[in-house]
Each structure stands twice: as structure tokens, then as C-alpha cells.
Design a protein around this ligand. Structure first.
Ligand SMILES: C[S@@+](CC[C@H](N)C(=O)[O-])C[C@H]1O[C@@H](n2cnc3c(N)ncnc32)[C@H](O)[C@@H]1O
Length: 389
């Protein structure tokens, strides 16, 4: 898509064709094109393709943007790189609570974060090197009736002083795919580090090593419905902890920091097992979850928590431990066969097992469903039959 196509999509004609494209229920692209051509005679073929692609991207975007997706604009890469609404809304809320009135988004892409900032009532300005993304971000603010400004500029040359907060979400892709080498990010790590000297937030990949986080900067790992989405670094007065895990779920949002972590010991297997959320694990706060459920670790180096009591916690999936099954494959197969198990969920940590391969080898045929956890307890390979609750 080019800037002209974005402009056309926003025109009366573009809106009409796009609305028609969205109504089509035709999976075959050639047939969809022909049907749209009949519905919108005189529209150049390449604009019909633009509208069809946009309608398809809007559908794909629902997973990230919910009902806003239907009126937003996307490019394929811009959508893929965009922050999902739930996570961006949380970030924007943190800025609002901090008392920021304005924010500059240094590499705003199609505006995933920018839109959330504006929705939170902040005066939001975005820049991007890519003119198409600038046009799309602008279109998104307008489509959602939000104020804000977007311009084509190099983030490295923007004066951030007039803004309360600077935000960056560096592009983390190279020609060879995603990279965890921060020197290859654009804008690069040196720029990120300089921003974090002031009131700033920088979105990074969840895999960021703890040693890379500058002193005095908070690292917040954020998950959405159990999937870790990012590590946000908060600098200046926005840093309120060293490490934080924020989990977003159906019930809202919950957050843990190192201040909630009194530490925990290794304890014997209890009646319940807890599988901490990925954000908790990345933030190094598994022991905080153990303390929260009045339990301990099954193994010092494995992220399973066990306790005698059952708790509902947003920070972990909880299981009741039903029994210990044999760890050896032949005996395990017999035990599962005896229990009529045909469908098996295999969880594992700290042991060298490939669940899909094991499931195939077990060749189970029963009618029952079961979940097993393969891990180490007291240094020994152990298989637990558990029930999620
Ligand atoms: C990961 S995307 C941002 C996604 C955005 N946060 C969102 O939610 O839609 C990174 C963006 O930074 C832009 N970018 C990279 N280097 C830049 C620079 N030096 N100046 C301005 N923009 C830059 C890229 O064009 C890309 O659109």
C-alpha cells in the first residue's frame, strides 16, 4: 500500500468500495475481486485490491484491536508490529496515572500505541520514518475521532523536551527475521538508553536479558491471556519498581513486583500445583507467587509452585494434584491405559521431553481426558496426574 492508496481509502469513493469489500463473504481472492468489480463498476483494479486487502486486514486485526479494528487502517507489517489494544491501554493508563499530559511516540507505526495514548486523554504526537505508516496512523486517529498529530521524521532528531513523556517501540526485525540483538533495533539501543535517562517508556521484546536493563529503570513484563507480549522499560520518574509482572486477563489486570516477593523455599509436593504466568517467570517473581499461595517451589530451578491450599490467583494456573504416576514410559502408558485416558495434555518443565512425540508414542485410545505434569521433584523425574481448577 502507498500513501495515495491510504488517501483513496479515506475518500468517499474509497469508503464505499471498502464497505462493499467488507460485506463480501468470498474466500477465493479471484472471485472476491470479480464480485467487487461488479458491485463497484469503474473502480480501477488495483484499488479494488487495496480495498479487499484492507477488509481482510481489519478482520485479522480484531484479535488485537477488538471492535475498533472495523474502522481502523492497517498495513500487513504495521498490524503485525502493532501493540495490542489491551497492552497499549495499560501503558497509556500508567502514563495518565503518572500525570503526564503529553507524549511523543518515536516510531509510531500504524499507531497502536498512539491511539491508546489519545484514548487515555493524553496529547499524543507520533513520528515515523515510513510515510505510509504515518498516513495510516493519521487515518487511525481520524477514524476513531481522536486528536493528535503525526509526522514523517527521524526519531533520532526529534526534540522530546516539550513532551512530558517519550515513548519508543523500536522495530526489532532484520532481513533475517526477529532479532534480540538490541544494536540492530531501529532506533538503536544507544538511543533507547539515552531516552530512559528521562521520563520515558520503551517497549522491548520479552526475551530482553535482565542485565541489559539499565540501573534505575523498571522492567515490566506484560502478558495478555497467558501469553507474554512485551517487556516495557520505564525510565525516570515512571520507574516504580525494578521488576514487575503485569497480567491481563478476562477479570482485568493484576500486577506484582519484587516488593511482593519475600522469597520462598523448596517444599515437598503439596495437594496443589501452580504454573506461574510467563510474565511472572520472565520477571523472576515465581517465588512471589509461591509466597502468595502459602507454598514453595518444587525445585529451586523450575518454575512450578506447590502448596497445600487452593487459591485462585491471576498469576498462575492452578491444578489439583490427583496422584503421582510412573515416570517411565512403559509403566506410564499402562497407568494411563488403566484409567481409560485417550486425550492427554502434557505439561513439562525441567525435563527433556517433547510432549507431541511422547503423546504419539503413548498411542492412547481411551475415552477419558487427563493432564499430566512431567518435572523434577527432589532431583527425580516425576509424573503428576493433575486436574485444572
Ligand atoms: C514496532 S513499530 C511501532 C509499532 C507501534 N508501537 C504500534 O503499536 O503500532 C516500529 C516503528 O518504528 C519506525 N522507526 C524505526 N526507526 C525509526 C526512526 N529512526 N525514526 C522514526 N521511526 C522509526 C518503523 O518505521 C516502525 O514503524
Amino acid at each position: 500500500m502507498d500513501v495515495e492508496s491510504v488517501r483513496w481509502l479515506r475518500s468517499e469513493d474509497g469508503q464505499r468500495v471498502l464497505a462493499r469489500a467488507a460485506e463480501l463473504d468470498e474466500p477465493d481472492p479471484l472471485r472476491a475481486h470479480a464480485t467487487l468489480e461488479r458491485a463497484c463498476p469503474g473502480t480501477p483494479s488495483q484499488l479494488l485490491a487495496v480495498a479487499l486487502t484492507q477488509a481482510e486486514l481489519r478482520l485479522r486485526a480484531v484479535e488485537k484491536f477488538g471492535e475498533l479494528a472495523g474502522s481502523m487502517y492497517f498495513t500487513p507489517d504495521g498490524l503485525e508490529q502493532a501493540t495490542r489494544l489491551s497492552v497499549a491501554t495499560h501503558r497509556a493508563a500508567r502514563l495518565a496515572v503518572f500525570g503526564a499530559a503529553s507524549v511523543v511516540d518515536l516510531g509510531c507505526g500504524i499507531g497502536g500505541d498512539l491511539v491508546a495514548f489519545a484514548r487515555a486523554g493524553l496529547t499524543a504526537a507520533g513520528v515515523d520514518l515510513d510515510p505510509v505508516r504515518v498516513a495510516v496512523a493519521e487515518a487511525n486517529l481520524a477514524a476513531l475521532g481522536l486528536p493528535g498529530a503525526v509526522g514523517e521524521a527521524d526519531a533520532l532528531e526529534v526534540d522530546v523536551a516539550p513532551f512530558d513523556v517519550a515513548f519508543a517501540d523500536p522495530a526489532r526485525r532484520t532481513g533475517r527475521g526477529r532479532t534480540f540483538s538490541p544494536d540492530a533495533w531501529t532506533p538503536p539501543w544507544s538511543f533507547v538508553e539515552s531516552l530512559l535517562g528521562g521520563d520515558a517508556c520503551v517497549k522491548t521484546a520479552p526475551g530482553i536479558p535482565h542485565e541489559l536493563v539499565p540501573a534505575g529503570v523498571e522492567a515490566e513484563w506484560v502478558s495478555d491471556h497467558g501469553e507474554v507480549k512485551e517487556a516495557a522499560l520505564w525510565g525516570g520518574r515512571l520507574a516504580t519498581a525494578d521488576r514487575r509482572a503485569t497480567v491481563i486477563g478476562d477479570g482485568g489486570l493484576a500486577t506484582l513486583t519484587e516488593e511482593d516477593d519475600p522469597g520462598a523455599d523448596v517444599v515437598p509436593l503439596g495437594r496443589f500445583l501452580y504454573e506461574p504466568d510467563g510474565a511472572v517467570i520472565r520477571a523472576g517473581l515465581v517465588t512471589a507467587v509461591a509466597a502468595g499461595v502459602r507454598g514453595g517451589l518444587l525445585d529451586r530451578h523450575i518454575a512450578y509452585v506447590t502448596a497445600e491450599e487452593s487459591f485462585r490467583t491471576p498469576f498462575a494456573r492452578s491444578y489439583e494434584v490427583l496422584e503421582t504416576l510412573p515416570y517411565r514410559e512403559k509403566q506410564l502408558r499402562a497407568a494411563l491405559h488403566e484409567r481409560g485416558v485417550g486425550r492427554l495434555t502434557i505439561k513439562k518443565r525441567g525435563v527433556d521431553v517433547v510432549p507431541d512425540q511422547l503423546r504419539k508414542r503413548l498411542a492412547l485410545t481411551g475415552d477419558n481426558e487427563a493432564t499430566i505434569v512431567l518435572t523434577r521433584v527432589g532431583g527425580q523425574g516425576t509424573c503428576l496426574l493433575v486436574r485444572p481448577f
